[in-house]
Design a protein around this ligand. Structure first.
Ligand SMILES: [Zn+2]
Length: 233
């Protein structure tokens, strides 16, 4: 085998590794955002539970306020009742008091219901917050492992790049530009094996003179169809 061919095969191996590393690195941002998206469902559940509790607390405050207003009114009516001398007015005020007391009673029942609902909502919120915390822990682990992989890939990339630069330097300058052109245009495969009379890159049958040229191992031969550099399998 020609020395140039041997050099190119090693070079192509490093170029392939670099392409794979680049591909892996490209995937990482998507993986990161996928990991972060896992939080959104739990975050929404926490917000929903929080909002529901807040709304219920507002209703509770309103009921308390309404009950308090009635109680003040009752006090005022009782005072009026105490001050009046007319029997008819006295009785009318008495009816008013009873009516308001019934209302206060209703408000107190609703107040209790509302307080129970608040307890349930607080429990829901606590559950949602605990779930979010657990998910966040998992997501943090995912993100840490992605960061670790990224670090390793970048280290490997730097090593292979340095090695590739050394190899390119040592490769014959008469063949290197052709190799690099083919690497770009032929999907990362610039040099292919000759296999059973066919080009290992495009699988086209080669003419006999090309096959002989490859097998002789004395000069660089290219596939007449795709242009890839050929070497004996
Ligand atoms: Zn070919």
């Amino acid at each position: 085998m020609l020395d140039e061919i041997r050099d190119l095969l090693v070079l192509q191996d490093r170029d392939r590794r670099l392409a794979l590393i680049a591909k892996d690195l490209e995937k990482l941002p998507l993986e990161e955002s996928r990991a972060r998206n896992k939080l959104s469902g739990d975050q929404a559940a926490v917000k929903q539970a929080h909002d529901a509790l807040q709304a219920n607390e507002l209703v509770l405050k309103k009921i308390e306020l309404d009950a308090e207003t009635r109680r003040t009114t009752i006090k005022r009516l009782k005072l009026q009742q105490f001050e009046t001398r007319k029997n008819e007015e006295y009785q009318a005020l008495g009816h008013e008091v009873v009516r308001y007391e019934k209302e206060v009673d209703q408000f107190e029942t609703r107040e209790l219901e509302c307080m129970e609902a608040s307890d349930a909502l607080r429990a829901t919120l606590a559950g949602a917050e605990a779930a979010l915390k657990r998910t966040k822990q998992l997501v943090d682990e995912d993100l840490a492992s992605i960061a670790e992989r990224k670090k390793n890939l970048l280290t490997e990339q730097a090593e292979v790049r340095a090695e590739r630069a050394r190899l390119a330097e040592a490769t014959s300058p008469t063949i290197l530009p052709l190799y690099e052109r083919l690497l770009k245009s032929k999907d990362g495969v610039a040099i292919s094996p000759l296999h059973e009379g066919r080009c290992g890159g495009c699988h086209m049958k080669l003419i006999s003179s090309t096959v002989i040229k490859v097998l002789s191992g004395k000069e660089i031969a290219q596939c007449e169809d795709c242009g890839r550099i050929l070497y004996p399998d």
